[in-house]
Design a protein. Sequence first.
Length: 339
Amino acid sequence: MIHTTSKPEGKEAIIQVSHIGKTFKTPVTREGRFAGLRTLFSREYRIKEAVRDISFAIGKGEFVGYIGPNGAGKSTTIKMLTGILHPSQGTVLIGGDNPHRSRRKVVRRLGVVFGQRSQLWWDLPVKDSFDILAEMYKVEPGDKRRRLGQLAELLDLEEFWQTPVRKLSLGQRMRADLAAAMLHDPDLLFLDEPTIGLDVTAKRNIRQFLKTLNRDFGKTVLLTTHDMDDIEQLCDRVMVINHGRLAYDGTIADLRGLIGLPTVIRVTFRGGFTVPELSGGDAGSSFRVTERTDHGVVIEGNRQEATAMDMLRELSAWGEIDDIHMEEPEFEDVIHRVY
């Protein structure tokens, strides 16, 4: 297990999680005759520990990825953060308030988007859903007009403003759901698979909007996703959960380094070149040749053992370099190493 701790240095924590855990008790299923009735009155239970002793803090303005395999405990954690579930142990604070005990107060600070579920009214035009949500959150008319104007411009909502939600494409619905989540101007946005099922263009538009929310408006974002491109393009920090425990908390760059997957370097030389024998104790042993052609080589190097400049100096001694191309390991491969 890989574990580091990343704290929001210099930033006020908007989320504070301390040693939370969540267990579920389910009755043991009986078999045989009258199994259903016997299970109903049984006092035997099976205990499942969904989340185990997780602690972290997220500062204002951070964009954090929260990832892990199915069943790892991501959704359970998010439900505890929003107050839907109460932790079996430990504490959760959102802006200093307990989301379970001060649910109404905390909810006003939260925006939540679930990629598979919509908070919009299925048979109503998009605009009518916004009107209802504005009333629910008691958004002042002037604030509502101003925010809807900003959101309409950022998300290009006018093209389907009067369209019933059921007739929207998946990309349009996601844009509408994001606007709905931001209508009451929350400080914190929880996103669960916001780009699932979207085409390349729709994903790009959603990601650009999320970057704008975070960088220009200072919104704090916690993102759960299986799309590693979302993580790489959006998140400054990533937390990996597996088997209910926090396996890693830190930057993507540090995670790559801890895993130790090699950087692939493709080198083309002008004219002739000589590849020396590389052994474990020799200079240049921080990388190895995996392929050789008439015009160059492909090597794998460990960036933890040698910098790119160190490798370049060593390669320059082999011949006159014409071109060089470096490929970092795919982030998805890195994550699989943690799982």
